[in-house]
Design a protein around this ligand. Structure first.
Ligand SMILES: [Zn+2]
Ligand SMILES: [Zn+2]
Length: 371
């Protein structure tokens, strides 16, 4: 993979461009390279993705500050994971304000404030689900700590505004650090004003002027059937609220699948293994096998060999976002009894004797007979 291009270079903007300039630069590229306008053009698709990623970082004050400081290394692995965008659906949902919504298309769209309070951070939470929950889909309650709007000041942080005394209104502070490599100057978002350059004159006592307070929230989330390990859902606006009236970030719920003791999952199919008495395999008969919906009956044909795999149609997991359903594969494993009663021993000895007295090649004939 080629090295990642600098985000500013990708959008063709300078480091001190404001949000409006960044957005306008992105919009131009997005219109030019939009996959709808360039069907089947891989290069355009790549450019579009690259621009979208750059915009997602540079348009977010917190992420921008982190990028300015650490470069790509500071961006949680860049293109992968919940912070990155693995496909187009994600890109579109993340940029709904530009592409969707009021039908404004590329030309229209609402004007945003030139600059404003930064958006709050996204929160990530892992949700562990059993196969049974994945099978049926489930509604879960998630408890989390997050920042929410301060009710006392309605998120304003207080009354009156003045230039930030820490950064003098620049919104950034420089820190000189001594390291192995000599002096390093770091430019970061001002911690006092969170990059806004202004401060509240008369601060709200309940939130110390931040406009937000930490709360414990319980959020309901509906998980559709068929989800897989590592997939995630984005709950818009359920993350941390930004300081001083900034919009809320998202809550990203990452699916973690609890390992099942009995079933092994392979995509939408399930695999399991059951022990069957060798007499049942030999003579045939009905056995009961577990599924995620309870036990079902399975007909074992006479002369079934050990390790034979049988398929139970549509007894696997539902496929996400489709009407398809996986199958359940049951491996039949011959069980050898380890303790026998006197009568059992007697019968098996007799059987053994009969089989030993058969002319050579009997077992081959028996195989042919049973199959
Ligand atoms: Zn307050
Ligand atoms: Zn400041």
């Amino acid at each position: 993979m080629a090295a990642k291009r600098d985000y500013y270079e990708v959008l063709g903007v300078s480091k001190d461009s404001d949000v409006a300039a960044i957005k306008s630069a992105y919009k131009k590229l997005a219109v030019q390279f939009h996959p709808d306008k360039n069907p089947g053009n891989k290069q355009a698709e790549e450019k579009f993705k690259e621009a979208s990623e750059a915009y997602s970082v540079l348009s977010d004050a917190e992420k921008k500050a982190q990028y300015d400081r650490f470069g790509h290394a500071g961006m949680n692995g860049g293109g992968a994971g919940p912070q990155g965008f693995s496909n187009f659906e994600d890109i579109f949902s993340a940029f709904g304000d530009i592409f969707g919504g009021g039908g404004g298309g590329f030309g229209g769209g609402g004007r945003r404030a030139r600059s404003g309070p930064p958006r709050g951070q996204d929160l990530q939470i892992a949700l562990t689900l059993t196969l049974k929950e994945i099978f049926s889909g489930v509604s879960k309650k998630i408890k989390l700590k997050r920042y929410n709007k301060c009710k006392t000041c309605e998120g304003a942080g207080g009354t009156g505004k003045q230039t930030c005394t820490t950064c003098g209104g620049a919104g950034q502070v420089r820190q000189v650090q001594n390291s192995f490599f000599g002096q390093v100057v770091n430019v970061t978002a001002c911690p006092e004003c969170a990059g806004m350059g202004t401060q509240i004159k008369s601060r709200c006592k309940d939130c110390s002027g931040h406009g937000r307070v930490q709360e414990e929230a319980t959020i309901s989330v509906d998980i559709p059937a068929g989800v897989e390990e590592g997939q995630y859902l984005t709950l818009r606006g359920e993350g941390n609220r930004g300081p001083q009236g900034g919009a809320a970030g998202d809550l990203i719920v990452i699916i973690h699948e609890q390992k099942d003791e009995f079933f092994e999952r392979r995509g939408a199919d399930l695999h399991c293994s059951v022990e069957v008495p060798f007499t049942t395999l030999t003579l045939g008969g009905d056995i009961r096998v577990p599924t995620l919906e309870g036990e079902v009956e399975l007909k074992v044909p006479a002369g079934t060999q050990s390790e034979k795999q049988m398929r139970l149609r549509s007894k696997g997991l539902p496929e996400l976002n489709s009407h398809g359903q996986g199958h359940l594969y049951v491996k039949l494993h011959a069980h050898t009894p380890q303790t026998l009663g006197a009568r059992e021993t007697e019968l098996l000895r007799e059987l053994k004797t009969i089989w030993e007295q058969q002319p050579k090649g009997f077992m081959d004939k028996a195989k042919a007979f049973f199959s």
